[in-house]
Design a protein around this ligand. Structure first.
Ligand code: NAD
Ligand code: UD1
Length: 336
């Protein structure tokens, strides 16, 4: 298929571009580099051993988007482009609503005009409200506690309405916690600031860029008191997109689908796995709980298995080993 990938220079997008090319798809990538670097695109090309058109542009720029749609014929759009920092979204909500919802609406308009009827959307487990029983199925109650989460839930709503009106095929992919990197160590997660998420914080501590990890709470009702999450290898997640694209080619309508492993890992279990795979001790202290955190969150991934024929294959050890390989080879990310 011919696929437009927005945000393809980013963490999940770059890994997905590699898997799409490996699966025989033709891609065109757009990104404005607001949270990524051109080097990521070059590295995707070198891993995949092939070239593809790239446009540096803001997805909200309807004129430029129209030109890209005119120059290429697309069968499907995968929309990764979005802002994702929960804390920043609380401080700057309009920036988040504008970027995340504005880009989705711009795409819907351009796709409608150019007859593109398949849309794969980067949603998040953050759309599930607190108080659900674990594991989370796609039918669990929805609701958010921060603007970032609301942008995802609102985009899900917009795409659901649009799909019904235009007879589209839409996959709303609810990611759990993507970590790890491509096994080559050439592409990986490259936070532009101090990381908010656990694994980049651990690996930057291990490489010496940060002093120590702060473990947010050790008094939760979990295996060791620390928060439990469903970590998924970013390459497994990328392959989930290839499966979703295949599904969209054969079906119309909207499907919300969890992309997770179904297994929970605590903060201290992840630290121990990282130390085992890297051979480096990770200094940490116990800090107060972080506002808005759940004790436990993990997926029921059975719908993805049933309708996409996809399930995650890699272990937490694989995730840590690959994250460390990326960090070791690129101590400053793409900045060198
Ligand atoms: P990322 O920041 O690494 O990638 C997003 C990319 O989109 C970046 O390259 C950025 O420059 C680009 N971008 C943002 N706004 C743009 C715009 N208006 N026009 C053009 N390009 C734009 O993030 P990621 O971790 O790869 O996440 C990809 C998507 O998945 C995001 O929508 C995010 O909200 C969602 N998601 C991520 C996670 C996670 O843990 N990483 C979890 C759930 C959902
Ligand atoms: C966070 C976001 C969520 C977003 C997801 C992926 C919050 C409240 N939630 O989820 O909306 O979709 O990232 O971007 O920000 N931890 C530490 N020390 C750290 C960092 C994290 O102990 O320095 C703990 C957390 O308390 C949590 C676990 O590690 O128990 C995972 O945290 P994180 O990687 O931020 O992911 P989520 O909290 O699941």
């Amino acid at each position: 298929m011919n696929i437009l990938v927005t945000g393809g220079a980013g963490y999940i997008g770059s890994h997905t571009c590699v898997e799409l090319i490996n699966s025989g798809h033709e891609i065109v990538v757009v990104d404005n580099f607001c949270n990524s670097r051109p080097e990521a695109v070059s590295r995707v090309k070198s891993i995949a051993g092939s070239d593809f058109p790239f446009y540096e542009m803001d997805v909200r720029d309807e004129e430029q988007l129209g030109r890209v749609m005119e120059e290429h014929r697309f069968d499907c759009v995968i929309h990764f482009a979005g802002l994702k920092s929960v804390g920043e979204s609380v401080a700057k909500p309009i920036k988040y609503y504008d970027n995340n919802i504005g880009s989705t609406i711009a795409l819907c308009k351009a796709m409608s005009k150019h007859g593109v009827a398949r849309f794969v959307f980067s949603s998040s487990a953050t759309v599930y409200s607190g108080g659900n029983v674990m594991p989370l199925t796609e039918d669990a109650a929805l609701g958010c506690i921060n603007p970032y989460g609301w942008t995802k839930l609102m985009c899900e709503r917009i795409l659901t309405d649009f799909a019904a009106a235009e007879d589209w095929s839409v996959a709303l992919l609810r990611y759990f916690n993507p970590i790890g990197a491509h096994e080559s160590g050439l592409i990986g997660e490259d936070p532009s600031d101090i990381p908010n998420n656990l694994l980049p914080y651990i690996s930057q501590t291990a490489i010496g860029r940060l002093d120590k990890l702060h473990v947010f709470g050790d008094d939760y009702d979990t295996v060791d008191g620390t928060g439990v999450r469903d970590y998924i290898h970013v390459v497994d997640l990328a392959k989930g997109h290839v499966a979703a694209v295949g599904y969209c080619a054969e079906h119309t309508g909207v499907e919300a689908v969890n992309l997770g492993t179904g297994r929970g890992t605590s903060v201290l279990q992840l630290v121990a796995a990282f130390e085992r795979m890297s051979g480096v001790k990770v200094a940490y202290d116990i800090a107060p709980r972080r506002a808005g955190d759940l004790a436990i969150c993990y997926a029921d991934p059975s719908r993805a298995q049933r309708i996409f024929g996809w399930s995650a294959e890699k272990s937490v050890d694989d995730m840590c080993a690959d994250a460390w390989s990326w960090q070791r080879q690129n101590p400053m990310g793409y900045r060198e």
